[in-house]
Structure formats: structure tokens, C-alpha cells
Design a protein around this ligand. Structure first.
Ligand code: HEC
Length: 395
């Protein structure tokens, strides 16, 4: 019963996280688009630009003020709860999926001496440390040089991705890099962008000039958030792709993919400019192509090529291994604590089902080696080879 409720909690919180995340990123994309498409020609005094749009059966007319308007309307809309609720529901996901079952999901099977409590502490610490580093960097004289600031942020996340992937499980490392970037983004909204906007609003009501330094800071943080968006979205879906988080250099895969994502975002930021360039898109294409090649599975010499006697592995032998190492989780009614149904619907409790899933089984056992989860059931190298030999002969 407890596991069943846990599953529902997981589903409902994940669902909410997705909804508020879409609302946040959607609003941010929309305002970015607005800013880039405002008509700025021949505007009246006090108007920075305007724009016409048609949507959902009506015409909209939007106008952006140059500076502040003379007075404020009774209702002024803010966009901040989308960001806050995305972070709150994201933290809840971290707890429900990773911290609740830290023994299963946080620990790296190749590292001894890290207890579940320590792993969770490292995880939470990585979020806090990322914000402190980033915030200090943005307030330092370095932040006057945009490229240098960007490089320092990159260096931080390279170090973070590398160290987390050495200490924690693959998936925990990935998700914490994503959560760290997300935390920086939300803290930017909470600590800098919204206070900047509050100052703007107060300036209008108090009939004074807004503090320009607050506006500049908010602009800097908004621009960073804009570039963070696409890497975070990649990391959030990466757990479905063992070739990324399960790669021997998974931290490097994360970084290269993120660089491609930043380049794609940059292309969309400059696309409307008269002298825009396509090189960011080409660069992103090259980086992604490089990743596709680098993550390709190495061809395995078959037993006959390696000069070894060909051992014929029967499905009975292969399935005996699966029964021993996998079925505690991958059955309709798993025996493994905390599981109520076969993960991702992959049931392996009969030879028939093993045949049906052999492609995926081969992938996770011999290629990405992401199963058994955290190698909790201690599958041996010899067993992985036996499964690979059976798969190759069975095709
Ligand atoms: C401790 C429980 C556990 C054990 C033992 C385990 N798995 Fe899994 N398996 C999982 C979980 C959890 C997922 C879902 C991961 C996710 O959400 O992406 C999974 C996912 C999978 C998938 C789907 C991967 C995908 O993304 O398509 C396959 C295939 C798989 N396991 C095969 C195996 C095989 C083969 C073994 C034995 C060698 C095994 N598993 C042992 C828990 C386990």
C-alpha cells in the first residue's frame, strides 16, 4: 500500500512539475519573442515599441513603454509563481524519487564510503554551492566581461558534473546538475529579477527615477536564465536515455549537449537581427553529431572472431541469469522493496518476455550497463558477456 501511494505521489507531483514548468518557460519564451518582435519604428514619445497579434479568435494590441508609465493601472500582472512553483515541485520530485530511496537511487556502486545520508547531503550541498558561486561571480568585477563570466559558469558546471558523477549514481549526478541550474534560475528570479521589478513599480508610485543598477542586474540574470533553459530541459528528460547518463564519460556528454543547447538558444536570440549568423546552429549540429558518434556502442568482437571456441548460449541459460539478477524488480509483482509494478512496464519473468525485450535488455546490460539499477543485484562481467553472446546469436 505504501509503495502504491508513493507511486501516485510521484505521478501527481511530476505532473504538476511539468505543468508549472511549461507555464514558466512558456511565459519566458513568449516575452523573449515579444521583445524581439516589437515594432520600434515611428513610435510616439514615451513608447518603445508596439505589436499586433491575432490568437484564439481575437486581435491583441501590445505596447511597451519607454521607461516607466506616468501612473500604474489598478491591476498589474506579475510572472513569478510559475518559477517558484517549478522549483518547489522540482525539489519535491528530488525527495520523492531520489532521497526517499537514497540507497537505491543515489549511491554509486563503484564508490565505497558514501552513505545514503552523505549522498543526499552532497546533492543538496551542490545546489546551494552552485548558487553561492554564481551569485558571487555575478557581483564581482569579472561580471563586466560577459564572455569571461560565461566561461566561469561553464567551468563551475564542468567541475560539478564531473565530481557528482564520481560520487553519486549516474542518474543522481545528472539530475543534480539539472537541479543546480534550475536553482540558480529560480534564485535569479527571487533574489534579483523580481526585486528589480519591485523597484520599477515603486519608482512609479513614488514619482522618482528607478535605480538603473537594479535594472542592469536584473537584465544580466534574465539573459543568463535564457541560456540556461535548454540545457535544463535536456537534463530533465535525459533519464530516459541510458546512452547519455550511462556513458563512461557521462559528465562530458552532459556538458557537450548543454553547449549545443546554449548555441541553439543563441541562434534563436539573434535570428531576428538584420545581420544574424547561422554559425551557432551549425556549431550545435556539429556538437550533437559528435555526441551521436562518440556514444555509439563499440563493436563487440564475437567469440568466433576473438578466436575463442563458440559457446552456444541457450535462452534457458540466458533467462536463468535474468531471473537471478533482474526479476526482483522486473516482474508484474516485484519483490524488491519499494517497487509495485515492473519499471517502465519491462517484465522479464518468462522466456517469452525476455525475447520480446531482448533489444532493450542487451542495450542496458552490455552497452550502457545501466542495469541492474546501481548493480544492486551484483551482476558479474561473465553474466553480461553471456547475455551479449546470447543476444548476438539470437538475432
Ligand atoms: C532494483 C531494481 C532493478 C533491477 C534489479 C533491475 N532493474 Fe531494470 N529498471 C529499474 C528501474 C527503476 C527502471 C526505470 C528507469 C527509468 O525510469 O528510466 C528500469 C528500466 C529498465 C529497462 C528500460 C530501460 C529503458 O529506458 O528503456 C530495461 C530494459 C531494464 N530495466 C532491464 C533490466 C535488466 C535486464 C535487469 C537485470 C540485468 C534489470 N533491469 C535489473 C529497476 C531495476
Amino acid at each position: 500500500m505504501e509503495a502504491h501511494l508513493h507511486m501516485w505521489l510521484n505521478l501527481l507531483v511530476r505532473w504538476s512539475h511539468l505543468i508549472v514548468g511549461i507555464a514558466w518557460i512558456g511565459a519566458s519564451f513568449y516575452f523573449n519573442w515579444l521583445e524581439n518582435h516589437l515594432n520600434r519604428q515611428d513610435q510616439a514619445e514615451g513608447t518603445a515599441g508596439d505589436l499586433w497579434a491575432v490568437h484564439g479568435g481575437g486581435f491583441y494590441y501590445l505596447k511597451k513603454f519607454a521607461g516607466t508609465p506616468g501612473e500604474l493601472p489598478p491591476t498589474l500582472h506579475w510572472f513569478k509563481w510559475e518559477a517558484y512553483t517549478t522549483w518547489i515541485s522540482g525539489m519535491a520530485m528530488l525527495i520523492i524519487v531520489f532521497y526517499w530511496n537514497a540507497e537505491t537511487y543515489m549511491l554509486n556502486p563503484n564508490v565505497t564510503g558514501i552513505t545514503p545520508v552523505l549522498a543526499v547531503t552532497i546533492g543538496i550541498g551542490s545546489l546551494l554551492a552552485s548558487w553561492v558561486f554564481y551569485d558571487v561571480l555575478c557581483g564581482s568585477p569579472i561580471s563586466r566581461f560577459e564572455w569571461l563570466t560565461g566561461l566561469m559558469i561553464l567551468a563551475w558546471f564542468v567541475i560539478l558534473a564531473w565530481s557528482l558523477s564520481t560520487w553519486l549514481s549516474d542518474r543522481a549526478a545528472y539530475i543534480h546538475v539539472g537541479a543546480a541550474i534550475g536553482t540558480v534560475m529560480v534564485a535569479n528570479v527571487f533574489r534579483v529579477i523580481i526585486p528589480g521589478q519591485k523597484d520599477l513599480v515603486n519608482a512609479v508610485t513614488e514619482n522618482r527615477k528607478p535605480d538603473p543598477s537594479k535594472g542592469l542586474k536584473a537584465l544580466q540574470r534574465s539573459r543568463h536564465n535564457n541560456y540556461f533553459t535548454l540545457p535544463v530541459l535536456f537534463i530533465m528528460i535525459s533519464s530516459h536515455y541510458p546512452a547519455t547518463y550511462g556513458h563512461a564519460y557521462n559528465w562530458l556528454v552532459l556538458i557537450v549537449f548543454s553547449l549545443a543547447a546554449v548555441a541553439i538558444r543563441h541562434y534563436f536570440n539573434i535570428r531576428h537581427l538584420p545581420d544574424f549568423k547561422v554559425w551557432p546552429l551549425i556549431l550545435a549540429g556539429l556538437l550533437l553529431a559528435g555526441l551521436i558518434i562518440a556514444t555509439a556502442p563499440a563493436p563487440r568482437p564475437s567469440a568466433s572472431q576473438a578466436g575463442e571456441p563458440i559457446t552456444v548460449v541457450t535462452i534457458g541459460e540466458a533467462h536463468a541469469i535474468i531471473l537471478h539478477r533482474c526479476v526482483s524488480c522486473h516482474a508484474a509483482q516485484p519483490g524488491f522493496e519499494g517497487f509495485t509494478a515492473a519499471p517502465l512496464g519491462v517484465e522479464l519473468d518468462s522466456q517469452q518476455k525476455l525475447l520480446q525485450h531482448r533489444e532493450r535488455v542487451y542495450q542496458v546490460v552490455a552497452m550502457s550497463r545501466t542495469m541492474p539499477l546501481g548493480n544492486l543485484t551484483r551482476m558479474t562481467e561473465a553474466e553480461r558477456n553471456t547475455i551479449a553472446n546470447w543476444y548476438q546469436a539470437s538475432r
